[in-house]
Design a protein around this ligand. Structure first.
Ligand SMILES: Cc1ncc(COP(=O)(O)O)c(C=O)c1O
Length: 459
């Protein structure tokens, strides 16, 4: 039991960025100019930016010091070796291939192992992961446990994969057509929910029975390890780096966006044990990202990640991180706002479908809620629902499994008073939910439409 209820930020502020305070009228004009797509806003017009926790965190003094150590040699830079050592200290895979961010690692891996006729199972594919799988002609199948699809269902490891469904899928498609099984930790698109060690072991056993490699989409591995530490039997006394190494030992490889639990503003990697696949991946890396010892990264970025990986597994940091996310979730829940529970590690997800029952899924309740939060309070959130997942490669549109709005918390960036302000705005918008209307899309690309589509409010 902690003596004090308040868990303080385990850092002091060292350098500040001003926030421009705006009015409702200014924000209404900005929304109209942006085609009601929050990705089209000028970030200066946003007061509290909860669009993503990706690359938006504050770096530490020691990371900035690492930046000064950056060595920009084309090949064999000391910064590469610092990066490699830090990555392998947690994920001792044989081959580590640096990339400019997570999706580049996905693009390279799926170009090598996926393709028409192949199926990639995942607990839940993140949007770029799904798009990269489908771009090769393969089928991306989500197999999260049933509780993971019900926003109000309570389960300590709601990101777990449904192991029976995985068995059934492999039986249906044939093991030879499943080149890899993926598990995303934590499960971002399913609410930032963790996966247990026990579930990973069970998935590993299925993979072993069929000779299929298991890969992690490990963007938020440290947050996932903290949940294991807090919630899984027998894990409370263990060190976080040891839990991370346990997770890694169950997999054959990983893709990683260092913009999350790398505590860096850019970067990523692909790591794996298979020599032949690694060689093919490196060849593609050189074509698209850069030489094998820097990928798409500057030496200074490699240094920032190397230090970030040491900081992200510190218990004081993780305790504060997970507690501050839960602080937001608990306040919204107490005010009667429907939120995904238990709270995820990096974000709180509001159930827009439940909050706005008058807006059908194909009129995008999540988009309506996200736009209202911006208009009323200058808060930028992200729709994770039918806009993001509703359009299929064959042009069909159907409701996504859930219509959520994600309030993602950048790491070490906002203070408790920013979050108190967010709570106030969300509660005001929720109180006025009955007045809200949906949207229609007036312009959209064939894939990843949420980034660039333009909308129009329905009358
Ligand atoms: C689970 C997951 N996988 C992959 C990615 C892609 O990483 P990046 O944005 O670095 O390309 C993200 C980014 O948000 C993610 O959350």
């Amino acid at each position: 039991m902690e003596r004090w209820r308040t868990i303080i930020e385990p850092f002091r502020i060292h350098s500040v960025e001003p926030i421009r305070l705006t009015t409702v009228e200014e924000r209404q004009a900005a929304l109209e100019a942006a085609g009601w797509n929050l990705f089209n806003l000028h970030a200066d017009d946003v007061m509290v930016d909860l669009l993503t926790d990706s690359g938006t965190g504050a770096m530490s003094r020691d990371q900035w010091a690492g930046v000064q150590h950056g060595d920009e040699s084309y090949a064999g830079s000391p910064s590469w070796y610092a990066f490699l050592e830090s990555v392998q200290a947690l994920f001792p895979f044989k081959h580590v291939i640096p990339t400019h961010q997570g999706r580049a690692a996905e693009k390279i891996l799926f170009s090598v192992v996926a393709g028409p006729g192949k199926t990639i199972p995942n607990n839940t594919h993140f949007d770029t992961t799904r798009a990269n799988v489908e771009f090769t002609g393969a089928d991306a199948v989500d197999l999260v446990i049933p509780e993971g699809q019900v926003p109000s269902a309570i389960h300590p490891f709601k990101g777990n994969m449904d192991v029976d469904a995985l068995e059934a899928l492999i039986a249906e498609r044939g093991a030879e057509n499943v080149p890899v099984v993926f598990v995303t930790i934590t499960n971002n698109s399913g609410g930032g929910q963790p996966v247990s060690l026990r579930n990973l072991r069970a998935v590993r056993a299925v993979c072993d029975r069929h000779g299929i490699p298991l890969f992690l989409d490990a963007c938020r591995f440290a947050e996932n390890a903290w949940f294991i530490h807090e919630r899984e039997e027998g894990q409370a006394e263990r060190l976080i780096p040891d839990i991370v190494r346990d997770i890694a030992s169950l997999a054959d490889g990983m893709t990683m966006s260092a913009k999350k639990d790398g505590l860096a503003n850019i970067g990523g990697w692909l790591a794996l044990n298979d020599d032949a696949v690694a060689e093919k991946c490196r060849n593609l890396l050189i074509l698209t990202e850069g030489f094998v010892t820097y990928g798409g990264l500057a030496g200074r970025d490699l240094e920032a990640i190397a230090q970030g990986l040491r900081e992200v597994v510190e218990e004081d940091y993780l305790r504060y991180r997970i507690r501050s996310t839960a602080y937001l979730g608990e306040a919204l829940d107490a005010a009667g706002v429907p939120v995904v529970k238990p709270f995820g590690g990096h974000a709180v997800y509001v159930d827009a479908r439940a909050l706005l029952p008058q807006i059908p899924a194909l009129e995008y309740p999540g988009q309506a809620l996200a736009c209202a939060l911006y208009r009323e309070g200058g808060i930028r959130a992200c729709e994770i629902g039918t806009v993001m997942f509703g359009l299929h490669p064959d042009g069909r549109e159907e409701p996504a499994a859930m219509d959520l709005v994600r309030l993602a918390i950048p790491r070490r960036t906002y203070t408790q008073s920013h979050i108190d302000y967010v709570i106030e705005v969300v509660c005001w918008v929720a109180d006025h939910a009955a007045d809200m209307r949906g949207f229609r899309i007036v312009e959209q690309p064939a894939a990843l439409r949420h980034f660039t589509a333009r909308f129009e409010p329905l009358p």
